[in-house]
Design a protein around this ligand. Structure first.
Ligand code: ADP
Ligand code: MG
Ligand code: MG
Length: 251
C-alpha cells in the first residue's frame, strides 16, 4: 500500500534536516504503529505524506500503490486515498458539519471521476455511518468542531474518515488529550473501519491506545529514522522501560 524508501526531509526555510532516511512499508489491510520520543520526526513524516507546505524532500521516495505520492498535490493525494487525522482538529465556525462533510466527499468523488452524491443519498449514508460510530445526529448539524469536546472532535474525525473511505489512514497522536472512554470510542471507530483494502499508520505516545487498536507492526522512530521494528510486544516494552534501552541498543 505505502512504501517509503530512504526518505530525507528538511525544512524549506531553514537548513534543518528532520527526516534522515526513513524506510517503511505498510501492507494492505495492516495497522502499523509508530512510537518515539518527542521531536523524533513523527509528525513531520505524516505532514510530508499528506503534502503540507514547508518541507522539502531532499532524497528518497514515497509511493501509494506504486504511484509517486510526493509528486502529487495534497488534493490529489486525498483523491488517491490518503487521509490524515490531525493532532488538533480545526474548528470552522459558520460551516455546518454536514455541509463540510458533503463538500469534502463530493470534491473527492469529482477528483476520482465519480458522480456527486445527491443530497438524499449523502444524508442516508452519513446517518448510517454516524449511527455505526455512535455519533449523535445533533453533532452533524453543529458548526465543524466548534464547541466539540476532545472526544467529539475525534469521533467527528473518524466520521470524516468513514465518509471519505481512504485507503491509507494516517493518525497523528489522535489519542492525545482523550480520556479513556473517548479513546475507546476512537479505537472502536478505527476497528470498524479496518478492512483488507485499507491500511493505518497510527502515531502515538501511549501504549494504551494500542491495547484497543491492535497493531500488526510497531516501529520506533528516533532522530529522523525508524530505528526498530517489531510486533505489539515492542509497544509494551516502551511502556515499561521507556525509550532509553532501545536507543542505547541502536546507537
Ligand atoms: P514529533 O512529532 O516526533 O514530536 P516533529 O516531526 O514534530 O516530531 O519534529 C521533529 C523535529 O523537527 C523537532 O526537532 C521539531 O522542533 C522540528 N520541526 C518540525 N517542524 C518544524 C518547523 N516547522 N519549524 C522548526 N522546526 C520544526
Ligand atoms: Mg511532538
Ligand atoms: Mg508530533
Amino acid at each position: 500500500m505505502l512504501e517509503i524508501k530512504n526518505l530525507h526531509v528538511q525544512l524549506e526555510d531553514e537548513d534543518k534536516q528532520i527526516l534522515k532516511g526513513v524506510d517503511l512499508t505498510v501492507e494492505p489491510g495492516k495497522v502499523h504503529a509508530i512510537m518515539g520520543p518527542n521531536g523524533s520526526g513523527k509528525s513531520t513524516l505524516s505532514y510530508v505524506l499528506s503534502g503540507r507546505d514547508g518541507y522539502e524532500v531532499t532524497e528518497g521516495t514515497a509511493t501509494l500503490e506504486g504511484e509517486d505520492l510526493l509528486d502529487m498535490e495534497p488534493e490529489e493525494r486525498a483523491a488517491a486515498g490518503v487521509f490524515l487525522a490531525f493532532q488538533y482538529p480545526v474548528e470552522i465556525p459558520g460551516v455546518g458539519n454536514m455541509t463540510f462533510l458533503r463538500t469534502a466527499v463530493n470534491a473527492q468523488r469529482k477528483a476520482r471521476g465519480q458522480e456527486e452524491l445527491s443530497a438524499a443519498d449523502f444524508l442516508k449514508e452519513v446517518r448510517a455511518k454516524a449511527k455505526t460510530l455512535k455519533i449523535d445526529a445533533d453533532m452533524l448539524k453543529r458548526p465543524v468542531n466548534v464547541g466539540f469536546s476532545g472526544g467529539e472532535k475525534k469521533r467527528n474525525e473518524i466520521l470524516q474518515m468513514a465518509m471519505l473511505e481512504p485507503k491509507m489512514c494516517i493518525m497523528d497522536e489522535t489519542d492525545s488529550g482523550l480520556d479513556v472512554d473517548a479513546m475507546k470510542l476512537v479505537s472502536e471507530g478505527v476497528n470498524a473501519l479496518r478492512d483488507e483494502g485499507r491500511s493505518f499508520l497510527v502515531i502515538t505516545h501511549y501504549q494504551r491506545l494500542l491495547d484497543h487498536i491492535k497493531p500488526d507492526v510497531v516501529h520506533i522512530m528516533a532522530n529522523g529514522r525508524i530505528v526498530k521494528t517489531g510486533g505489539p510486544e515492542l509497544a509494551l516494552e516502551v511502556e515499561h522501560n521507556g525509550y532509553a534501552d532501545i536507543l542505547a541498543e541502536v546507537n
